[in-house]
Design a protein around this ligand. Structure first.
Ligand code: CUA
Length: 401
């Protein structure tokens, strides 16, 4: 038996070493997709051009060739939206995407330690079972031996060694858990709101966005809640996953170590467009986050109502349920022939489709239901300024067929 277990253990150690080496070897990440060329142009046609040189700061060393897939529809986009639209950084190692959260080292170590233990015991036990089954099989001329009664040394060994292992696992797991649930006092705070099927990230100066923008080398604390059902905030490269629960706040935090654009997901099945709840996480170069807050705040201040409405249509996630091309989705299309005309509700009553109807449908969506559409829209009460409601109404009117 010893002759089998020892080589097995050595093999596993070697395998673990290979996995670690792969992890280290893949540390050289692909150069961040360049956006410089686009930035320079776009930054000037949004709000105020920022101090010279700061746009290029986003992707140092990158060649000015932004004609990738990312460049496709980015013309005219604000520089920060271009960053969000870049292809996601996907540098991976053998098992997991390379972590960019300072706090993730310990949880990664735990993951690999437990995985290695699992493989070791799975193989060890399986091989022992197969070996003994073969060794003591019934065969002609072979007499069954009486079972061994007791072996103190063996029993103490297989009690003490696993105990030591689980105590170590508990200690490191507990230590990592305490760090995960205890954000530092001085952290940038972002409010996260989720609903079916969009995210909204609200920053300290009131700026909201449907992509998450954060500074590099700074702890970021997320205060999160949901408008309707359970959603789950998940950024694989940060190793951060936390449920969002209606009528209560939950928290998460991370400390991003590398600027770039990463993928975030909703990790809790929440209905039809669950898989579309995947915004970008933009980790800004030093200074970039502050510039984002300023430029973003300036963006919506003097927009014509129709444009403001069009922007909100995307930013507030209206586009998850309403089309602007006349086709029905989860909700009725906004490109309607019915503007100004009476329409019939599912209770048989008739309502004129006008400004009042649209306003009520935004603030109290369940007050009136259209036949054929499930009453599933969340209320936007308290989340839209009067100006923004006017913008949405103007945009819907502009789509009239
Ligand atoms: Cu939200 Cu799945």
């Amino acid at each position: 038996m010893k002759r089998i277990l020892l080589p097995l253990f050595v093999t596993l150690c070697v395998l673990a070493g290979v996995a670690q080496a792969q992890q280290a070897g893949s540390a050289a990440p692909p150069a961040p997709p360049p956006v410089q060329g686009q930035n320079a142009g776009a930054a000037s046609d949004t709000a105020k051009p920022s101090p010279a040189g700061s746009t290029s700061g986003q992707s140092p060393g990158a060649a000015p060739t932004a004609q990738g897939s990312a460049a496709g529809g980015t013309a005219g986009m604000a520089w920060y939206d271009q960053l969000a639209a870049r292809p996601k950084d996907t540098s991976t190692n053998f098992w997991l995407p390379k972590a960019v959260n300072q706090e993730s080292d310990e949880s990664d170590m735990m993951f690999y330690a437990i995985l290695a233990l699992n493989i070791f015991f799975f193989l060890g036990i399986t091989i022992a079972v197969v070996y003994f089954t073969w060794k003591y099989r019934a065969r002609p001329g072979h007499k069954a031996q009486p079972s061994a009664g007791h072996n103190d040394a063996l029993e103490i060994t297989w009690t003490v060694i696993p105990t030591i292992i689980v105590v170590f696992l508990f200690y490191f797991g507990w230590r990592a858990y305490i760090r995960v649930v205890t954000p530092p006092q001085k952290a940038v705070e972002v409010n996260v709101l989720a609903w079916r099927w969009a995210w909204e990230f609200k920053h300290a100066n009131g700026v909201t966005d449907n992509n998450l923008h954060v500074p590099v080398n700074t702890p970021v604390r997320l205060v999160m809640t949901s408008k309707d059902v359970l959603h789950s905030f998940y950024i694989p490269v940060m190793r951060v996953k936390q449920d969002l629960v209606p009528r209560r706040y939950t928290y998460a935090w991370f400390y991003a170590t590398k600027p770039g654009t990463y993928q975030m997901y909703c990790a809790e099945y929440c209905g039809t467009n669950h898989s579309q709840m995947k915004p970008a996480v933009v980790v800004h170069e030093p200074g970039g986050y502050e510039r984002y807050l300023n430029d973003k705040a300036a963006e919506s201040s003097n927009m014509p109502p129709v444009e403001l409405g069009k922007m909100l249509y995307e930013k507030k996630g209206c586009n998850a349920c309403h089309t602007v091309d006349g086709t029905a989705r989860v909700g009725p299309t906004w490109a309607t022939k019915d503007w100004g005309k009476p329409i019939t509700m599912s209770d048989g009553k008739t309502v004129t489709m006008d400004e009042n109807y649209v306003r009520e449908s935004i603030l109290s969506p369940l007050a009136k239901a259209r036949p054929g559409y499930p009453p599933s829209m969340p209320s936007f009460e308290g989340q839209l300024k009067q100006k923004e409601i006017d913008g949405l109404i103007a945009y819907i009117k502009s789509l009239k067929q």
